[in-house]
Ligand binder design. Structure first.
Ligand code: NAG
Ligand code: NAG
Ligand code: NAG
Ligand code: NAG
Ligand code: NAG
Ligand code: NAG
Ligand code: NAG
Ligand code: NAG
Ligand code: NAG
Length: 411
């Protein structure tokens, strides 16, 4: 009896699922049409080395008219209506021109669209994406689009996440760019935006002030965007922001504000390398208790590493090379037990290397070269079992150097 009940409830459960998720024919046809707009071809070789390691290709080839599209690889349906709400074609080997009237734009219920890591052969980004008014996440990063990013896409006012990053190769010859006042309008229209990735997009005509109007941001990545002018970093460091990459914008001027009170205290990632950042590292940096990565290499920052750095107990990378820092290293650096990368080369640091550095068992990379360090090197540093690279050259050390496990696996 109970077995029968169990059996019948399982079969009615299965029946309910199957009937509820059956793909709507217009949605299936739009997807098949979209597939037929492209060739399936391996992406350009130089791209592969970065992505093959961590992305699993979506198998678009297996999409067939005979099966329920809600079960196709990369597709998510709304269980009650059978409309397609999610298309994740990250790294799907799509190759070809992206048509301005692509049948993809018929999927009007889409909320989540990821086309990252495909090869759209330098097509312009169609303005038709603005028909997908329900989109919350749109990811076109690293997909070989070029030309002007159409302002019409700023009609997508529900967007929470927007990925428009280009890639190094394409940005050289056929860049993605925006025209003024794209960012101003983005700040006005996309008020829910939490994640903005536009690395390698030429943003130069925009004044950096507008970045600070994006008050709901959690992450912003604008690596190599030709930004210039004075950036009010203070305003960008909203209480909720977790990840900031503004690296390789050599004419972007800024300084680190006090990091207390109303500023972000949940920051995990901060990269301001290769910018015209000047001024000191404030003592209040110690308030960033969640910080994992601090990268400010090739900048004009001056002054010392504050003792408060000991409070950054989750720090894994401290990269401050090729700047204008000076003074001695605080011995509390040896309390940063998660540290794996310590790069302080080509500054004006002096004094002894604190022996506490020998406690940092996770260190894989240490470069203190080209400074004014004196005294002797910590004798047991070569017993750090994970150390792969160590460079202390061009300093004023005395005595014999310990033997280091030098596998120069980093350049
Ligand atoms: C899929 O098959 C149906 C008939 O089963 C047909 O009406 C429809 O046109 C086909 N769709 C495509 C895109 O081939
Ligand atoms: C898109 O436009 C081309 C001509 O420009 C036409 O051949 C094709 O049928 C159109 N496709 C759709 C899905 O409307
Ligand atoms: C902002 O969004 C609204 C509503 O979709 C739209 O009418 C308006 O044109 C958008 N503004 C810009 C600058 O895109
Ligand atoms: C876009 O997708 C790629 C690949 O999955 C991912 O690495 C990246 O973080 C995504 N970008 C955004 C803005 O979500
Ligand atoms: C792309 O970049 C890689 C590595 O920087 C380089 O080897 C390759 O030649 C470039 N390809 C093109 C088409 O520019
Ligand atoms: C940006 O924010 C500033 C104040 O921080 C305000 O004066 C300005 O009007 C805002 N700009 C837009 C386009 O909303
Ligand atoms: C932040 O710290 C600075 C100096 O350390 C201090 O002058 C300022 O009042 C502090 N601000 C807040 C909001 O705590
Ligand atoms: C640092 O400042 C000097 C002038 O003092 C300037 O020439 C140089 O470009 C600056 N470098 C960076 C990375 O900002
Ligand atoms: C650093 O670690 C040492 C010993 O491991 C400990 O005595 C000291 O209190 C720590 N310093 C701070 C500032 O946490």
């Amino acid at each position: 009896m109970s077995l029968f009940l169990l059996f019948s409830s399982i079969s009615s459960f299965l029946y309910t699922c199957a009937s509820l998720t059956y793909c709507r024919p217009d949605q299936r046809d739009a997807l098949l049409e979209f597939k037929s707009e492209f060739e399936l071809r391996n992406p350009p070789e130089f791209l592969d080395e970065f992505i093959y390691d961590y992305l699993v290709p979506v198998d678009v080839n297996s999409w067939a008219n005979s099966s329920d599209c809600c079960y196709w690889d990369g597709i998510t349906c709304d269980v009650t209506s059978g409309v397609v709400i999610g298309v994740d074609l990250t790294f799907s080997c799509l190759h070809g021109h992206f048509k301005p009237n692509s049948s993809l734009f018929g999927l009007r219920h889409l909320q989540d669209l990821n086309l990252a890591y495909n090869d759209f052969n330098a097509s312009p980004i169609p303005s038709g994406f603005n028909k997908l008014m329900g989109l919350r996440r749109l990811n076109l990063s690293h997909s070989w689009f070029s030309g002007q990013i159409p302002p019409e896409n700023l009609h997508l006012t529900k967007l929470v996440s927007l990925g428009l990053s280009s890639c190094f190769n394409l940005s050289q010859s056929r860049p993605l760019f925006i025209e003024k006042p794209f960012l101003v309008q983005l700040a006005q229209n996309l008020t829910k935006l939490r994640h903005l990735y536009m690395s390698y997009v030429n943003i130069s005509p925009e004044i950096p002030q507008m970045i600070s109007n994006l008050t709901s941001l959690r992450s912003i990545h604008l690596h190599k965007c030709h930004l210039f002018g004075r950036l009010p970093l203070n305003a960008l460091l909203s209480p909720a922001i977790k990840s900031i990459d503004l690296s390789t914008n050599p004419y972007l001027e800024s300084y680190l504000p006090e990091l207390n009170g109303s500023n972000s205290l949940v920051l995990v990632y901060l990269d301001l390398s290769e910018t015209s950042l000047s001024g000191n590292i404030p003592d209040s940096i110690g308030n960033l208790k969640h910080l994992n990565v601090l990268k400010i290499q090739d900048s004009n920052i001056t002054g010392k590493i504050p003792i408060s750095i000991v409070s950054l107990s989750h720090l894994t990378s401290l990269i401050l090379s090729s700047s204008k820092l000076s003074g001695s290293l605080p011995s509390s650096i040896g309390n940063l037990s998660y540290l794996n990368t310590l790069s302080l080369s080509s500054n004006n640091f002096a004094g002894e290397i604190p022996s506490s550095i020998q406690n940092l068992n996770r260190l894989t990379y240490v470069d203190v070269g080209n400074n004014e360090f004196t005294g002797t090197l910590p004798p047991n540093i070569n017993s750090l079992s994970n150390l792969e690279y160590f460079d202390a050259s061009l300093n004023f050390f005395v005595g014999t150097n310990p033997i280091y496990p030098l596998h120069h696996s980093f350049s």
